[in-house]
Design a protein around this ligand. Sequence first.
Ligand SMILES: [Zn+2]
Length: 430
Amino acid sequence: MLKLLYFWVFIFILCGCVGEQKPIQKSSISARSIIPDFYEEYGEIKRGQGFFQALKSISIDNAVALQLINALRDEVEFSTLKVGDKLKATYNRKKELVAFSFSQNPAEIHTVKLNNNKWDYFLEQKPTFWFSKIISGELRKGSTLVEDLKEKGVDASVVADVVNVLLCKVNFRFHARTGDKYKVVLSQRMYENQTIETKVLYTSYDGKRAGFSEAFWYEDEEKGSTFTAHYTEDGQALIRSGLRYPLSSLHIRSHYGYRRHPVTGRRTMHRGVDLRGRIGRPVHAVASGKVILSTYNKYAGNKVAIKHRDGSSSYYFHLNARKVKKGDWVRSYQVIGTVGATGRVTGPHLHFGFKNSKGRWMNPMHKRMIATPKLDGARFLRLQEQIAQIKGHIQDLELSQVARYLVANIPNQKVEYKLRLGVDLPSVKI
Ligand SMILES: [Zn+2]
């Protein structure tokens, strides 16, 4: 027991309690017996820092960094990398990295551990719960919806979400009037006292000039589905026009722009985005057009390119199978092939590239993309179910005087709905 205490006191001294830890300097340690087998270095993503630089700050070189990114890229959404994300490196006495952890919120820690020269992935999830609240109000003279929501303590990113959804229906600049009414229902995922995720379940705006509009959050069955978004009651997407996503779920493994190549390790320009997808998953045309390329090459593997009406073109690489020929006309969302791992790749994914009408490569994620202009079939029915639940939920929230503590007040049925919407809710099992 005493030994353990000494060990922690030692670690405590080593850390200095703040900032990044330094590797043990052997010369500074007199008693050899208390050298721990492992030591850790901590870091976090700083402003303007990329993942490689952040890894360097905890003594991880580029070669190992590449291995880590490859081991984590299917699990971690690197596109949401933000200032303050936490990193931890564990080294052995030989100063070799044996484990690495990355977390974007305190409830989820992604870890890879070295095992026979391979990195094994683990996800540590802490119990979280969801709770809902309703925020409603009236625009006062000289005030805007943004200001009003911020004043009520709504986080800036959530305010942006609400406004973006309503913008499809309401022209705030010309049609907002004093006395216009709004309502927002948020579902917040909590870890201890911290909000780690917020969904805008519902939002409505009732304006003298703008008329009445409302939007409901629809959650598709598949995680990361591009269909998960806000819709009107009749299933219209709140963004009506845009490219269709090439895959039904979206997880970016690698971004557009300069990066270290996952195979060569060299710094190269990546002219597209790499999207995760299992082999055989359908790849859809992002817009209608004419197939200008359907061929194989040793880098891009099976590739298809489509020229669209406005002169822009879309590119799909590493396909397992190509389902269209050069010269074919394709409809928007038509299946043009399947996800594969052909060409120079580290694993199955879709490389999706986009050229503007002038023929210049651009970041396809800068294009407005939608899953569908209108939900139909099973998805439309699911939307109706979820709308009914959201409406019931709003009634409950409005009946309750203290929305914050509502979880205990609402009937079981509604809690089940929350359970279903949330990823996990272990602490509120009824
Ligand atoms: Zn790529």
